[in-house]
Design a protein around this ligand. Structure first.
Ligand code: ADE
Length: 366
């Protein structure tokens, strides 16, 4: 369907849209931990976690995180490595660092409370227009609009219009509609969270369940039979392919580690030492980079790790124990050594777990 195609049906009745969603949400909300006893801090944590991560993966992590850091000030006081460890398994660790920084700002600027105003929320690290609108409306009942992928899809379908969200005119159109929606709501918290829920569970990208949808009677896309074509499908962005050789070097119960650079993927996280390259490194090329003989390296597995923008091709190499011992005693720039047990027991990223699995250091079920 072409973008911004006008619809031919009657205009959507402004009050009916939020009221139907609110009614539906009251009877159909999923039982999610952060909804059981709503707090502003709990909402902040859930909104940070839910950016780019599915609800099912967030449920346990949210509960553990709140047990570990029950208040904003306890989070603000914690060392960064503890916060990153509590984030293990959720990926996109920049969000954890932002949440940590936001907690410090809330202690410094808002006496350890979550601010209520959109502009104050947007001034905190890691909080953009969507997240600020979600926190202000869900936690404080403010009439603030939210637009994420789910919300935009429901709004476009209800209005029977496929706008291009990569263009500012398209974005502005959806945000205006989202503001009209929340302005007409009885309860902004219920209306906004209900809209996200509807997008996540009923008005899904493929095969929307229109028969169960509380909006089906007023949905223009449904009337026109165009719900599958709204929003218009864009070709997926091409992921950049990169190669990393990970080295498992162990000597007498110690394993080599390094901290990744401050910018880029997995910034500042501990990993087994790695060499990055534009194409796959052979044993001889990797050995040359490490200043050792290629016979000291044995390939023990490979896997591909996908992120939103990259496809990382990992090859895992085990280093001969005698050569590792020599490197440990001689010292090597950027490498440090940790007891193997603490490396394998510590919570870590999915990529590190897969590297350790290749080396037989973790069971397959981890
Ligand atoms: N996605 C982001 N925030 C959400 C929420 N509060 N409920 C459901 N899905 C969400």
């Amino acid at each position: 369907m072409p973008y911004a195609q006008g619809a031919v049906c009657a205009a959507v009745e402004p009050k009916a849209f939020p009221l139907r969603v609110e009614q539906w949400f009251k009877g159909n909300a999923r039982d999610l931990p952060w909804r059981r006893r709503r707090t502003a801090y709990g909402t902040v944590v859930s909104e940070f976690m839910l950016q780019q991560t599915q609800v099912v993966r967030v449920c346990d992590a949210w509960q553990q995180f709140l047990r570990r850091f029950p208040t904003i000030s306890s989070l603000a006081r914690a060392p960064e490595q503890d916060v990153l460890a509590a984030w293990a398994g959720l990926g996109y660790y920049r969000r954890a660092r932002h949440l940590h920084a936001a907690s410090k700002a809330m202690v410094a600027l808002h006496r350890g409370h979550v601010p209520r105003a959109r502009h104050e929320l947007e001034a905190l690290p890691g909080i953009g227009p969507y997240c600020a609108g979600a926190i202000a409306s869900i936690a404080f009942g403010k009439r603030e609009a939210i637009v994420d992928g789910n919300v935009a899809r429901v709004i476009m379908r209800v209005h029977g219009r496929a706008v291009n969200l990569t263009k500012s005119t398209g974005k502005r159109w959806v945000w205006r509609r989202a503001q009209q929606y929340v302005d007409a709501a009885d309860d902004p918290s219920c209306a906004n969270e209900g809209l996200m829920e509807l997008g996540a569970t009923i008005c899904t990208p493929r095969l929307p369940r229109c028969e169960e949808c509380p909006l089906s009677a007023l949905c223009r896309a449904r009337r026109m039979g165009s719900q599958q074509r709204i929003p218009a499908v864009r070709s997926a962005p091409k992921r950049m392919r990169v190669h990393r050789a990970a080295i498992l070097a162990e000597s007498a119960g110690w394993m080599a580690q390094c901290i990744l650079p401050p910018r880029g993927l997995w910034a500042r996280l501990p990993f087994p030492p790695m060499e990055e390259s534009g194409r796959r490194l052979s044993a001889a090329m990797l050995a040359a980079r490490l200043g050792i003989h290629k016979s000291a390296l044995r390939c023990c597995g490979s896997f591909v790790f996908q992120t939103s923008h990259r496809e990382v091709h990992f090859v895992v190499w085990r280093m001969d124990a005698r050569v590792a011992q020599r490197l440990r005693h001689a010292g090597r720039d950027g490498w440090f050594w940790r007891p193997v047990r603490s490396v394998t027991k510590a919570p870590s990223t999915g990529a590190v777990r897969q590297i350790l699995q290749c080396g037989g250091r973790l069971s397959r079920s981890v």
